[in-house]
Design a protein around this ligand. Sequence first.
Ligand code: PEP
Ligand code: MN
Length: 338
Amino acid sequence: MIIVMKKGADQALADNVVSMIHKLDLKPMPMIGTERTVIAVIGDERAIDQHRIHAMPGVDRVMNVLDPYKLSSRETKHETTVIDLGDGVTIGGEKIAMMAGPCAVESEAQMEAATKAVKDAGAQILRGGAFKPRTSPYSFEGLGPDGLKLLSDAAKRHGMKVITEVLDVRDIDAVAQHADILQIGTRNMSNFNLLKEVGKVKTPVLLKRGMSATVKELLLAADHIMSNGNQNVMLCERGIRTFETETRNTLALATVPLVKELSHLPIIVDPSHSTGKPSLVSPVTLAAIAAGADGILIDVHPNPAEAMCDGDQAIKPDHFVELMGQLAPVAQAVNRTL
Ligand code: PEP
Ligand code: MN
């Protein structure tokens, strides 16, 4: 942290700041200039409230040197995190993790058709929501515990892993019994109690970026999980809210290489919720892989016209097969496998 005193702030005000830094167990290094005093602070500044220092008499500006997030930062851990789901399925390694399936679990027949299709096309992880966060209280909110069972039974029959959303701290254990990855949705990225509680279980977590969250806030949310014990966190760019209305959200693709610079955690891209348009899913997925994404989370429905949730953005199984074929050379070009 660098503290810049106001022009004309006297020695007594600077001494006051210096003794406060000592009290906080950090080391102040005052530099007295001709116009102002600058105080460099040695030590981990993240434990101090920057606003409190800023509010002290005579302080002009306070600048942080370290990233505010710690556990998710590449400064803390240099090697990229590889999350191992068992049976050879990893996230963050050379192989790209393909997570595909319907937005919501609806029925056994729907899950069987979807699971067979995405597995045959090469996906390793089955997605499907049993607890659905819906903007309207009158929309389908998922099958709940019955949906979890339909989802995990279908995954077992086809030898797949499961990702599904957990909406409520009270459901964590039930969801974790059926899931290999707990999904925290965009609307819950700042639900700090939920983050804390998924930090206390061992199941890996996919943390979606809040639709109005900055990358810094996303990484701080990851720290909320990790500081409670669970280090198996992956991030997901799913588009942010902008003034654009042609796409459901605006996919911030630069988040992928940016997160790779700032963090050691794997980063997944959701082309379905970010674009909301089946016609955009393939090109955006290709771009995401080219940009370095570690995985893709994609809505595939056997019959989108009958889907009870987000049918207008789901791609059909034959589209997914075609996409997997297009992805192979792109993955190879960036030294990844499918
Ligand atoms: C989902 O993946 O089903 C979902 C609800 O996504 P998001 O939280 O990104 O809206
Ligand atoms: Mn959805």
